[in-house]
Ligand binder design. Sequence first.
Ligand code: EZ4
Ligand code: CO
Length: 409
Amino acid sequence: MKIEKAEVLVSSPDRNFVTLRITTDDGLVGLGDGTLNGRELSVASYLEAHVVPLLIGRDAHRIEDTWQYLYRGAYWRRGPVTMAAIAAVDIALWDIKAKAANLPLYQLLGGASRDGVRAYGHASGVDIPELFDSIREHQALGYQAIRVQTGVPGLGSVYGVASSPTVGGARYDYEPARRTALPVEEKWDTAAYLRHVPTVFEAVRSEFGPELTLLHDGHHRMTPIQAAKLGKSLEPYDLFWLEDCTPGENAEALRLVRQHTVTPLAIGEVFNTVWDYQTLITDQLIDYVRSAVTHAGGISALKKIMDFAAQFQIKSGIHGPTDISPVGMAAALHLDLAIHNFGIQEYMRHGDATNEVFIQSFRFEDGYLHPGDLPGLGVSYDDQVASKFPYQSAYLPVNRLQDGTVHDW
Ligand code: EZ4
Ligand code: CO
């Protein structure tokens, strides 16, 4: 089964997506996701110039060999662009192999370890009343686990907070990549944030009770000691996790946080290899692995990270924002269903235009996702609809402190 064709498809229904479509000489078609938010065209050109020519004529069944060939063969290892490109190939080849076997992909990963994949959604509000409305809307949709973000008094728009109440719980209008020629700039004040967040969780717990699963994303903005303080102050509210409390590059920061709090810690949406996790996993500094299949080198690589994490009772919390395409989401769901150390799956909802371009087989019922039972990933791509949505420049925001200093976010 030789690879005959590999096409790089860039489209922008609701937002930009980079999709790799591989076709074999016996007519099987596989899809892979290589979307890197705000840097989409870099992955597209990496694939077009340096990967597609290497794929033509290769045996589509040799997934591991192709992965190693692209990773070790390039000499320049790791990095988000390289690893998103390798992920796109890896996901597409798994899609093809499962179609050749006429099985849903999770069957090739060991079969289902559970009936469904517990998902969490994002509730947000500029203030507490709007936040409560958003939590209720998510509950009405079936979510039993909810990430909580709010505006901070004195600050303008804050990442993760919708500017208006959500409608039907399905609107995520804060989505950080905005279709502008230059990045939008937001203002930030960590002291104000640290004062405010515990009062939000106090209010949410007293309104919604002890059983609702709650999560929070710090988006890399704190120093280690600030993160330790936040983790401690949130202990009474029993979070499922505190995500990305410090910048991801420094594993030692998490060691300091860990010494001070029993709030569970999750990190890794900006990581791209197992090496980023080495100390965090072996020293038990985290509880959840946050990588996306799309950004960590694909299904083969994230499966290995999760198998490594399993030895340390660390579980998955695969990244699932709307900048992961439905192809990347499907890959995550097959992996979630199969691995033993599944924790939770992030599930923001794609917009209608995205769902018209990517036709999907997953279902979401009572807070649980399932990838469906079509052969392969269960996703197909409609070229005609996609052609209505050409690439548009879009950037993640830049965060600045009140005095104008560029800050982490
Ligand atoms: O900011 O996906 O947990 N989810 C997140 C996301 C990320 C975006 C970056 O592309 O933090 O919303
Ligand atoms: Co996050």
